[in-house]
Design a protein around this ligand. Structure first.
Ligand SMILES: Cc1cc2nc3c(=O)[nH]c(=O)nc-3n(C[C@H](O)[C@H](O)[C@H](O)COP(=O)(O)OP(=O)(O)OC[C@H]3O[C@@H](n4cnc5c(N)ncnc54)[C@H](O)[C@@H]3O)c2cc1C
Length: 203
């Protein structure tokens, strides 16, 4: 079985892990906080809490800059399929006048988060708390807490930006990436970069 290490336990990590096949992968999430995944997700829920947008997928894709790198992924799993998936895990949605998609009235963010947790339980996702990514060894294996090396077949970074630090998203990981990457990351945009054959960064 292939071992996947997903570093960071926010929304990107949770959704990514939800769609992995437990028959093929041993799924591991490493989160620096002592407890609780999806903390910013819960903060987001205090406001409007839109989960996606219902617009036509072609104009949806154009909202990403650059848009090409996500085109295939978004066409394969589009906003309509995401809404269907939410419905399947017990989170019915509605489309607001702005065309944003919200959980049906009365559904609190914690219920959405718990529904995702149930998916993770079903695919045997292992969650490791108190694990702060602090760099790599010479084999590109991530190091946690300065001295714990974790080996895996694939390593996904989903470490979030540097806002709402109380949720764990403090950007402390930035210094461990190269200068070239730093320049990319400092611009506010979605980043999806393949670092080597087995390292992927999602922020
Ligand atoms: C007030 C507010 C309202 C919002 N409203 C919405 C909304 O309505 N709809 C919407 O789609 N989005 C909304 N957002 C944005 C949404 O919350 C973020 O886009 C989303 O949380 C990003 O997910 P992420 O997984 O990339 O990062 P994060 O959610 O930031 O998660 C990153 C995780 O990585 C962990 N981490 C960081 N560094 C390390 C390290 N070195 N080692 C190990 N772990 C580490 C952090 O502790 C954290 O758990 C809102 C955000 C805020 C603040």
């Amino acid at each position: 079985m292939n071992k996947i290490a997903i570093i960071g336990g926010g929304s990107a990590s949770l959704f990514f892990a939800s769609f992995l096949d437990a028959n093929i992968y041993e799924i591991n999430i490493y989160e620096q906080k002592a407890v609780g995944l999806g903390r910013k997700f819960l903060v987001a829920g205090d406001g409007g809490f839109n989960l996606t947008h219902s617009e036509d997928i072609n104009s949806f894709i154009e909202r990403y800059t650059p848009s090409a790198f996500l085109r295939d992924a978004l066409q394969f799993f589009n906003n309509q399929r995401f809404m269907l998936w939410l419905h399947e895990i017990g989170i019915p949605t509605f489309i607001g006048t702005s065309k944003r998609v919200y959980p049906e009235k009365g559904i609190k963010p914690i219920k959405v988060l718990n529904a995702i947790h149930s998916v993770l339980e079903k695919n045997n996702t292992l969650v490791h708390f108190n694990k702060t990514f602090t760099g790599w060894n010479e084999d590109n294996d991530p190091i946690f807490n300065n001295n714990e090396v974790v080996t895996s077949d694939y390593c996904i970074f989903a470490l979030g930006g540097a806002s709402w630090k109380i949720t764990g998203s403090n950007g402390s990981w930035l210094k461990h990436f190269t200068k070239e990457l730093e320049l990319l990351i400092l611009k506010p945009r979605i980043v999806h970069i393949k670092l080597t054959g087995k390292l992927l960064l999602l922020i």
